[in-house]
Ligand binder design. Structure first.
Ligand code: HEC
Length: 652
């Protein structure tokens, strides 16, 4: 299991989550565990998580963090839940969005930001049709009360509403901040990095520019009021979410200092925007891009191209860039390449297959960038990872009847049972019993009899559920009959999303054409799974923000099995984030080769490296404790140690 957690250290104590998503407080000099908290109460746990937030007022010191769809507040000293926060120490993230809180599941994956007594929080939502909207919310750190909400998909009367079809705000979702945000305390401004509108690869039901999808948005941190926005992709069809918080940077122009934000992207562009106005500080051109050939779709005719800095990933490839590990492999790549629709960056997805470069794993991802105030240099890791998308027309309701019994049972459960027994089947005692361990308590026959005939305060379901017994048993007793295909799983998610959003007959769900990308996030590889694009596949970039020019760029990572004998290192895809220390070092992990490296920030010279037990797809932190400086990083779990580890290295 991956751990993307960026640990924090306060007064000699490190707070971090493990790959299984337990919370730990650790002595930052010795690594000794001080306390731990299990939000899953013994359950499997896990799931992406990038860190925790800290707040204090005198002796009241709190750790705020989320697990699943709950926000928790903990006493930082003891690890005990603060029972006056929310309901017994937690607040459900499903309350106060759009869909029925009992049927949706909104899962923050980044820790949010503390401003005064507020915790400002984004979330991860489904990326499929019927997804919840990714509204930004601020909670009172003391009570857990919701203080404000910013509609990332504007409601009627709000600016940006005109960039959508009239009723889209009722059923279109996404536009969420999963990657975190940044705060300018002095200005009282919070900067969001928003993701794509859903569905990510087809927008026939959301014709328009789709604000604030893929936008940097500045809000008044006190009130959540809109200040400015800059959209990096109009009407996104490529899942080009903004993947990391904007960095607060200061650059120099004509002897004057200008406060700005620098936004990294999956496309390889770096957008540098004035912090007060959102105006680009290097020219940005709207250029014509290819139209869609898919029925019902209207790709936006232009997209923004910053003229500086130059993109940090390759955004284009030709036949000459195809690898040739063997003549057969090369021939098949050539054939594939020629069969695809490909007209450069922003070629819309297509049923005949579309090449996408840099691709959703290209450019840079959640590791984001690091900025050196002393020199004005911005550092970012980049990946060149082309992908192939295939759109297919689907009919979700018809496909649903062909789903596995387990999936159908799960859908029935979410619709008819979860309101009492809970989405997670943990019940709500003493009123409603948990069903998680039902197989240890009741035979299948007795359970079905109870369900059909009713029992105590449970109504009888005979009328509506006759004929679905096999599906209910498959779900309640975990009889998984083979893993569903990606397409089945996606269609199932669409089905459950839509149950939660809107069940009224006049909703657009049945009339809209629906396409699904049946090969999402799949690398463009040759017949033996080797990359189709010639190396290098990963770089570390140093960009001077005063001039927009590159200070240096070096290959990072290696895949020895694909390296030519005596040839240069191949570079590697990877999601590690960099940090730069006051002593002039740049630390970064995240490459496939499991290395953790230190570079000279001046020239990109590799100064030190070590091999970790697993990949560290996270951003390190640095701190002083007991007179020593350390660098610590989260390392993924593996079979032997599923919870992963945090490893700390002392600096000489
Ligand atoms: C209105 C609330 C409510 C709904 C909706 C509901 N249940 Fe129940 N369920 C209960 C209560 C209350 C009990 C305990 C009944 C009793 O004490 O006899 C129960 C008991 C059960 C039991 C027996 C549990 C045990 O430990 O003995 C099963 C199995 C069960 N429910 C399954 C379901 C399924 C499946 C659905 C959906 C099709 C469902 N329930 C919908 C309230 C509900």
């Amino acid at each position: 299991m991956n751990s993307e957690c960026n640990p924090i250290v306060i007064d000699g104590v490190m707070y971090a989550t493990s790959a299984r998503h337990r919370l730990y407080a650790i002595n930052a000099s010795t690594g000794q565990q001080l306390w731990t908290f299990d939000p899953f109460e013994g359950g499997e746990g896990g799931g992406v998580y990038r860190g925790v937030a800290y707040w204090e007022d005198g002796e009241d010191k709190r750790i705020l963090y989320t697990a699943g769809d709950n926000l928790f507040a903990q006493n930082a000293k003891t690890g005990e839940l603060i029972t006056t926060f929310g309901t017994n120490g937690k607040v459900s993230m499903n309350e106060g969005l759009r869909g029925d809180p009992k049927k949706i599941s909104v899962i923050p994956t980044s820790p949010g930001i503390v401003f005064g007594d507020l915790l400002i929080l984004g979330a991860e939502v489904s990326e499929l049709y019927g997804a919840e909207p990714g509204y930004i919310r601020a909670y009172d750190v003391r009570s857990g009360k919701l203080e404000w909400t910013f509609h990332t998909i504007p409601h009627p009367g709000e600016p940006g509403y005109e960039t959508w079809p009239k009723d889209a705000w009722k059923h279109v979702g996404g536009v969420n901040d999963w990657a975190g945000m940044s705060l300018d305390k002095k200005r009282g401004m919070v900067f969001l990095a928003l993701g794509s509108p859903s569905y990510d690869f087809y927008g026939g039901d959301r014709i328009g520019q789709n604000l604030y999808g893929n936008s940097v948005v500045a809000l008044d941190a006190r009130t959540g009021k809109y200040k400015w926005h800059f959209q990096t992709v109009h009407h996104d069809l490529w899942d080009y979410d903004l993947p990391a918080p904007p960095n607060l940077v200061t650059l120099e122009r004509d002897g004057k200092k200008i406060d700005a934000v620098a936004q990294t992207t999956k496309t390889g562009f770096l957008f540098v925007l004035d912090r007060d106005t959102g105006q680009p500080l290097f020219p940005v051109e709207e250029r014509r891009v290819p139209p869609s050939h898919v029925s019902g779709e209207q790709a936006w005719p232009t997209q923004p191209f910053p003229l500086k800095p130059a993109p940090y990933s390759r955004q284009h490839m030709t036949e000459d860039d195809l690898t040739s590990y063997s003549p057969v492999a090369h021939d098949s790549l050539l054939k594939k390449f020629r069969s695809l629709r490909y007209e450069g960056l922003f070629t819309p997805p297509d049923p005949k297959g579309t090449l996408m470069i840099p691709g959703t794993r290209g450019g840079s991802n959640w590791g984001g960038g690091a900025f050196d105030r002393e020199t004005g240099i911005f550092y970012v890791k980049s990946s060149d990872s082309p992908e192939i998308d295939h759109l297919r027309k689907v009919s979700p309701e018809k496909s649903f009847s062909r789903q596995s019994p387990f999936n159908r049972g799960k859908a029935i459960y979410m619709k008819h049972c979860s309101s009492c027994h809970g989405r997670d089947r943990n019940g709500n005692e003493p009123d409603y019993p948990p069903l998680r361990n039902i197989k240890d308590k009741l035979s299948k026959d007795i359970a079905i009899k109870k369900i059909m005939e009713g029992s105590g305060r449970m109504p009888a379901f005979e009328q509506i559920l006759q004929g679905s017994e096999d599906a209910l048993v498959a779900f309640l007793y975990d009889v998984t009959t083979g893993r569903p295909s990606r397409e089945e799983a996606d269609l199932f998610e669409v089905h459950t999303n839509r149950q939660a959003v809107d069940e009224s007959p006049e909703s657009s769900r049945d009339t809209a054409v629906m396409y699904l990308n049946v090969t999402p996030f799949s690398h463009f590889n040759d017949i033996e799974g080797r990359p189709a694009l010639k190396p290098p596949w990963g770089h570390l970039n140093a960009i001077n923000l005063n001039t927009g020019e590159y200070a240096w760029k070096v290959v990072i990572g290696n895949r020895p099995e694909l390296q030519e004998k005596g040839g240069p290192e191949t570079g590697s895809e990877g999601y590690g984030g960099p940090i730069v220390t006051a002593g002039g070092l740049l630390f970064i992990g995240g490459t496939h080769d499991k290395k953790f490296r230190a570079y000279d920030k001046e020239n990109g010279e590799l100064l030190w490296e070590t091999t970790l037990p697993a990949v560290a797809n996270a951003t390190p932190c640095t701190y002083f404790s007991n007179g020593k400086q350390y660098v610590a990083i989260s390392v993924a779990g593996d079979e032997k140690n599923p919870a992963g580890s945090i490893m700390a290295f002392a600096l000489p």
